[in-house]
Design a protein around this ligand. Structure first.
Ligand code: UDP
Length: 237
């Protein structure tokens, strides 16, 4: 265990990462592939908190732009994150990993309500804690929920697992000459408006000196990060 750089981390996955090729909904094969990566790091003794977005099912801001009241649309987005959390829980438990879903929106037939001390206790018992329902408040995002829960549950870093392998000066999926940063400060990401996490999440992380590591979700990258390999981009300082 001593070779691990971190003992407890927050892993933030976007809802879209569960969608596969279609870019919408939940693709069981994709969920299995991602959960395999998560199970591998759990096997190394890492304590894990997951926050999964809901954008593959419902994004509040897009629906409010089409006329729905923002708060209503956001609550629907939060419900979408519970669906994703249940899909991930199911896949992880099929791999023999004990998990608990703790939700900021009470759905007690489905999962436990989010209680910080419960979360800490589950982590101490080596259960993977999946925080669902975002922050429980409209006008926020699951990036912010990830930063908030990372602090509350005493994580040492946030890993933001994405489709790309770090933070670039421009969109690497559109520009072949995009350059990846190895390290960048919170301030630079805010000033340059780089798409890392939203500004509220970055500000929270900055105020609490919580490093954010952006890396590709697949290919054993999460494992590499926790072993201290210099991959992806680290946001700190
Ligand atoms: N949401 C919210 N409050 C929160 C977290 C999420 O209102 O604390 C809603 C919001 O409408 C958002 C949706 O849930 O659009 C899905 O979350 P997000 O867009 O962060 O998911 P991701 O982009 O990571 O898939």
């Amino acid at each position: 265990m001593s070779k691990l750089k971190y003992r407890r981390i927050m892993l933030k996955l976007s809802g879209e990462s569960l969608a596969g090729e279609k870019g919408f909904g939940i693709n069981p094969e994709t969920v299995t592939a991602i959960c395999k990566e998560i199970a591998d790091v759990a096997d190394m003794g890492l304590e894990l908190v997951l926050v999964i977005g809901g954008g593959n099912i419902f994004r509040g801001i897009s629906s409010s732009a089409k006329g729905m009241e923002r708060a209503t649309a956001d609550y629907m987005g939060m419900l979408a994150t519970i669906l994703n959390a249940m899909a991930v829980q199911d896949a992880l438990e099929k791999m023999g990993k004990p998990t608990r879903v703790l939700s900021a929106i009470e759905t007690t037939e489905l999962c436990e309500p989010y209680i910080r001390r419960k979360g800490l206790s589950h982590l101490e018992k080596s259960r993977i804690v999946i925080c669902a329902g975002g922050t429980g408040n409209p006008y926020f995002t699951t990036d912010t929920a990830a930063a908030l829960r990372a602090m509350e549950l005493r994580c040492e870093a946030i890993i933001k697992a994405t489709r790309v392998d770090g933070i670039y000066d421009k969109d690497p999926e559109k520009h072949s000459d995009a350059v990846r940063f190895n390290r960048i400060t919170y301030k630079e990401t805010l000033d340059k408006e780089l798409k890392v996490m939203d500004a509220t999440a970055i500000t929270l992380a900055r105020e609490n000196k919580m490093p954010i590591i952006v890396c590709n979700i697949l290919g054993g990258n999460i494992k590499k990060v926790i072993c201290g390999e210099n991959i992806g981009t680290i946001v700190e300082g």
